[in-house]
Design a protein around this ligand. Structure first.
Ligand code: ADP
Ligand code: ADP
Ligand code: SF4
Length: 591
């Protein structure tokens, strides 16, 4: 059997006026007289005939707009796609199985088709089975899945019998789409009383949507989705912007929903996915080119298999290397003092906070953990002299570069290309070798000519992080940089930040609520406690293990490590492990 391949042309980037059809001129199949790369008469852009393509990759290299990808499909994939976005568009293979009484998680890299799955299973989009020359009917699609667990669900979809509720990934756009009070928005969704109570958002019902924080917007979006009467609920990244306590609460509420409906969740915080889902499907393939949905796996096995990059049962290796969250060797203790800082105090109208004095060392990464609204950002702004403290003196000679939690574009930025956006935010040239390395590491190299408004959540996060790293600074603060990044991107970012901190010998603060990410990245942690929006207390930076214990004790939650992969897993409340670890005071590091 000859190897099957797939050729994807990014129609937004394909620009023959610039490239002069260099791909077509260089294609060896075209040169030998066959029409492998042709010009689409409608828009002048190219089409690639996959049955003629020999996969040499010459066109990919020749295209200066990075518009072409040609990839071999795994040999084991002996079937047609469920859906394809046009002739040379992304292809999705297979579908997950919606299960009543269970929460089904979808895990995998961005761009491998999770939202496409959601569109199909919610009947927002009828799949085309990779057929473009005629309108394919539901009967053909159902025929393909005859005898599988999906058949019944697809039949229901075809008859229009599935009511659907969806929590979108991007909650930052809500204030643009809705003007008015939280209560009014929720009333449009349905009877919101129970959901609002379960999530504890009653206090924000009379607030204006325009004034909500990122975490509040997320809770609003989840409450709205829960309030709708539906047969199928889909939550696309419900944990971004939420702190750990809120993540666990949301997980519990979503789990309760699964009794009577089908519930699917996309989640990149693996500790949350683990806590939330019963089964997971992995999506693997090549982002933007093709995605394959794996069989369902019980959540622990599924996550471990995903990290390993090898599905034994299907004999597929989809990543060369395993992702291993091994017990981090004790972080090298940094000894070169960057600065000592005093205790700070600050009061806003109804919020007051204080922080303990401490030291900062050159080249260290400090994970900052604690509930939202307890003064983490205010502390670092006071440290750098950007917010005037009521008590304590800011450090002198400090230049702060700060990535805010939310990814909001100003109206002037909306029409910019990515390169212009990064240049204008950072004031840096993008041509130096060091800056190019940062862009490459963050996967931005090929996106520089795109409109910044057209980026996905993960790509926009990378653009914000890059702007911040390239700006002149000697203290770096990143507020929730993991939001919208997939697991692999989170690990790459962790590596990049480590080399940034050590190479420049500066302290880097990372506020994040993904405990696995904090665990991988931090030399020490700073723990904040208090009540959201009322008061906060910041402890001096302390050793990782000690800080994690302090933090999780305040939440009354224990984590153990998965013996196979070393990743942290939340214990079920009041389970034997939970009780044992609490008795021993080991909230985090028990085996
Ligand atoms: P994920 O949710 O895993 O990030 P998506 O399902 O959103 O992935 O998208 C997978 C790929 O499909 C994207 O990388 C994009 O290239 C392509 N795609 C998504 N929507 C469309 C569309 N409406 N038209 C053409 N291509 C699309
Ligand atoms: P965190 O980073 O822990 O989420 P922040 O430092 O951003 O917390 O904010 C802590 C509290 O201080 C919040 O309730 C916020 O509304 C309030 N706050 C922050 N900056 C200001 C300001 N300039 N004026 C009034 N209140 C503020
Ligand atoms: Fe032609 Fe295929 Fe080679 Fe591209 S990869 S140059 S389309 S044969």
């Amino acid at each position: 059997m000859s190897e099957k391949r797939i050729a994807v042309v990014d129609r937004e980037m394909c620009n023959p006026k610039v490239t002069g059809y260099a791909c077509r001129k260089a294609c060896p199949v075209n040169r030998s007289g066959d029409d492998c790369i042709t010009v689409n008469p409608e828009d002048g852009k190219i089409n690639i005939d996959e049955s003629l393509c020999i996969g040499c990759g010459i066109c990919v290299k020749k295209c200066s707009k990075h518009a072409i990808q040609v990839v071999n499909l795994p040999k084991e994939l002996d079937e047609e796609p469920v859906h394809r976005y046009g002739r040379n568009g992304f292809a999705l293979y297979r579908l997950p199985v919606p299960k009543q009484n269970s929460v089904v998680g979808l895990i995998g890299p961005n761009g491998t088709g999770k939202s496409t799955v959601m569109r199909i299973l919610s009947s927002s989009m009828k799949p085309n089975a990779g057929v473009f020359d005629r309108d394919i009917g539901w009967e053909e699609i159902i025929e393909r899945f005859r005898g599988t667990e999906l058949q019944g669900y697809l039949e229901k979809l075809a008859s229009g019998g599935v009511r659907f509720s969806y929590k979108p990934q991007n909650v930052d756009s809500i204030p643009r789409l809705w003007k008015g009070k939280v209560r009014e928005l929720l009333a449009r969704a349905g009877d919101y009383g129970n959901a609002a109570k379960a999530l504890g958002v009653e206090g924000m019902l009379d607030k204006d949507v325009s004034g909500l924080s990122g975490g509040e917007l997320q809770l609003l979006a989840i409450t709205a989705a829960l309030s709708k009467e539906a047969d199928f609920y889909f939550f696309d990244e419900p944990s971004s912007y939420l702190d750990v306590q809120e993540r666990l609460k949301v997980a519990k509420v979503i789990r309760n929903l699964s009794g009577s409906s089908v519930v699917m969740v996309v989640e990149h915080d693996l500790a949350v996915a683990d806590y939330l889902a019963d089964y997971v499907h992995m999506l693997y393939g090549k982002p933007g080119v093709f995605g394959i949905v794996s069989k369902p796996y019980v959540v622990r096995n599924g996550i471990n298999t995903y990290l390993e990059g090898y599905i034994r049962e299907e004999n597929v290796r989809f990543r060369d290397e395993a992702i291993i969250f091994s017990r981090r060797a004790k972080p090298a203790s940094k000894t070169k003092l960057f600065a000592s800082f005093p205790g700070f105090g600050k009061r806003f109208d109804s919020f007051s906070m204080e922080t303990e004095p401490g030291n900062l060392y050159k080249g260290e990464i400090i994970g900052v953990i604690g509930p939202n609204g307890t003064g983490k950002t205010t502390f670092i702004r006071m440290l750098a002299g950007e917010e005037k403290p009521d008590k304590g003196e800011p450090l002198s000679g400090v230049e702060l570069s700060y990535k805010p939690q939310r990814l909001l574009l100003s109206s002037g930025e909306e029409g910019m290309e990515v390169s212009e956006f990064i240049r204008s935010r950072s004031g840096a040239s993008l041509s130096s070798a060091e800056n190019k390395r940062v862009l490459r590491f963050l996967g931005l190299e090929k996106l520089l000519e795109r409109g910044v408004s057209s980026l996905s959540g993960g790509e926009l996060q990378a653009a914000f992080v890059a702007s911040c790293l390239l700006r002149k600074h000697n203290i770096l603060l990143l507020d929730e940089p993991s939001a919208f990044l997939d697991v692999e991107q989170r690990l790459r970012l962790a590596k990049l930040l480590r080399s940034h901190a050590e190479g420049r010998e500066i302290p880097v603060f990372v506020v994040d609520h993904d405990l696995q990410f904090i665990d991988v990245i931090s030399d020490r942690v700073m723990v904040f406690e208090g009540r959201r929006g009322e008061r906060g207390h910041g402890h001096a930076p302390m050793e990782l293990e000690h800080g994690m214990n302090l933090f999780l004790k305040s939440l009354e939650v224990t984590f153990r490590r998965d013996p196979a992969t070393g990743r942290p897993r939340a214990n079920k409340p009041d389970s034997q492990k939970d009780r044992e670890q609490k008795e021993e005071g080991r909230y985090y590091y028990a085996e």
